[in-house]
Design a protein around this ligand. Sequence first.
Ligand SMILES: C[S@@+](CC[C@H](N)C(=O)[O-])C[C@H]1O[C@@H](n2cnc3c(N)ncnc32)[C@H](O)[C@@H]1O
Length: 323
Amino acid sequence: MSSDADHVPVLVEETLRYLLPERPFRGAGLFVDATLGLGGHAEALLEAAPAARLLGIDRDPDALAQSRDRLARFGERVRFAEGSFSEVADLLERSGWAGGGGLQIVGIYADLGVSSLQLDTAGRGFSFRFDAPLDMRMGRRGPTAAEIVNSYPEADLARIFREYGEERQARRIARALVAAREERPVETTGALRRVILDAKGGGGRREGRVDPATRVFQALRIEVNRELAELERFLEEAIRLLDTDGRLVVISYHSLEDRIVKNTLRNLARGEIDQVTGRPRAESRVIEVLTKKPVTPGPDEVARNPRSRSAKLRAARRRALDS
Ligand SMILES: C[S@@+](CC[C@H](N)C(=O)[O-])C[C@H]1O[C@@H](n2cnc3c(N)ncnc32)[C@H](O)[C@@H]1O
């Protein structure tokens, strides 16, 4: 089991500061929490914006069940949607609050990655702290990590470990995995970790602060959950859905995600390049970036909640299209 500290939402004050232009927030619009998880950010937001509504999305039905309990006291102000945040437009439509629902969308936010519930539940297969079936799916759809390690060609495994895990020994580990699965399928977190450790040598010595298996596990998790493609699609949709002056806040936990957030926001803030002049067209600047640099947790938060260590928050404001 995890401790209470694991369930503390990351950068919660900073998230509210960017989502709510004034405090207390009197607006009656709609917020979308794209990664509801255990509902920590959502709870703080619903308290700080007493007239607002919130649609909470998560692809993990277990997370939704827990946050339903936690947020029950807000009654009709909250609705829940199971699905991927890349489908935020559809999920909003189905919630009955979009378009015809008449509510302005004043804020959309995502706190990316896995929840402590997922990491600390042995059977979900996210962590090599427990020997468990190699699943790693945040939701219930799509191939598991076991299906991927036992079926992908060696070259694809190597690419995934290199690109998504920034693993220097990606090819060597991919080769070892293919050899191991010819003997017997690699079905558990423990079996995968052993293959990685044997391929790397070093007897499982930590690499700096991290376990030698960490990078490959991160890479597989990103592949299983299509995390980067999900994020790209989500950002596009979220910006499109926001009403004028609506806010977007994204908290990411590794450099691949942060790069996507940073570049997407920068491009949308700069505007489209005019083919004739070669300069950005001012009228196509869809957002203003509110965070020149990413916001990171202070030492107190990191000490209280080590999971916040790598968090980076970026925020933007939707412009009026003709401003
Ligand atoms: C870091 S946790 C969120 C924690 C939450 N902010 C809180 O205060 O409890 C991330 C959550 O996002 C969900 N998630 C990640 N990627 C998703 C996606 N593409 N679509 C929907 N949910 C996703 C995960 O299932 C997980 O529950």
